[in-house]
Design a binder for this molecule. Structure first.
Ligand code: GSH
Length: 225
């Protein structure tokens, strides 16, 4: 059965799935959905994912969205150790993925990052924009301190001290900050983890388009961490 990943190479939550697929050499066809042209809102794609967002995965008449669920499905489908079978180890992976998805991403992505780079996320007044971005920045800093000191500490990976889909997921979210020039200088363990994850052999090829987009923003001024 053919597996198709609908994605966009700049999308924060498509990149973790694309990286996992590339790194594990999974037999999956990638299909870019042109977000810039609004293809995700067209009838063909909205039939695949009614949320009109990427990524989505299709295998015959089985279709799922949500990057976190897709990573879990793929790791289970191909029986990969990045989603451990041991219940407690798996629970730690789930915990960190939920933490990234429902906590960190909300403040860092939707608070700090997106209102500054995407016109449709920009708030309608300067005051609302400043409040949103500064709130996001404060909360993101608190989350990064937790990632740095508690989740990572001296460990190399975010769960079970072994690479897992939680690392793939989290690294996509955290490195989206590079678009606005985040260096994470106050978070040495986060910096070490990022550098480590960037050693994955497919990192450059998977993230090339995102870094091109980041390059197009490099002369702008942003609130960053
Ligand atoms: N919770 C979803 C979020 C998906 C999402 O926000 N995708 C963005 C790209 S990063 C998208 O497709 N945006 C298009 C739009 O909202 O118009 C997931 O993790 O898959």
């Amino acid at each position: 059965m053919t597996l198709t990943l609908y994605m966009h190479p700049v999308s924060t939550v498509s990149r973790p799935v694309a990286l996992f697929v590339a790194e594990k050499k999974l037999p999956i066809t990638e299909r870019v959905v042109d977000l810039m042209k609004g293809e995700h809102r067209g009838p063909e794609y909205s039939a695949i994912n009614p949320n009109m967002q990427v990524p989505a995965l299709e295998e015959g008449d089985f279709r799922i969205s949500e990057s976190s669920a897709i990573l879990k499905y793929l790791a289970s489908r191909f029986n990969l150790p990045e989603y451990p079978a041991d219940l407690k180890e798996r629970a730690r992976v789930d915990m960190v993925m939920d933490w990234f998805n429902t906590g960190f991403y909300r403040d860092f992505g939707y608070g700090l990052l997106y209102p500054q780079i995407f016109p449709h996320h920009k708030r309608p007044s300067d005051e609302a924009q400043n409040v949103t971005v500064n709130w996001g920045k404060d909360k993101a800093k608190a989350a990064l301190a937790i990632l740095d000191k508690s989740i990572l500490g001296t460990n190399d990976y975010v769960a079970n001290n072994r690479i897992s889909i939680a690392d793939y997921f989290g690294i996509g979210l955290v490195t989206a900050g590079e678009i606005i020039g985040c260096t994470f200088a106050e978070y040495p363990n986060v910096q070490r983890w990022i550098a480590n994850m960037k050693k994955l052999s497919t990192w450059e090829s998977v993230n090339q388009v995102m870094y091109g987009f980041a390059g197009s923003m490099k002369d702008k001024t942003f609130e960053r961490v």
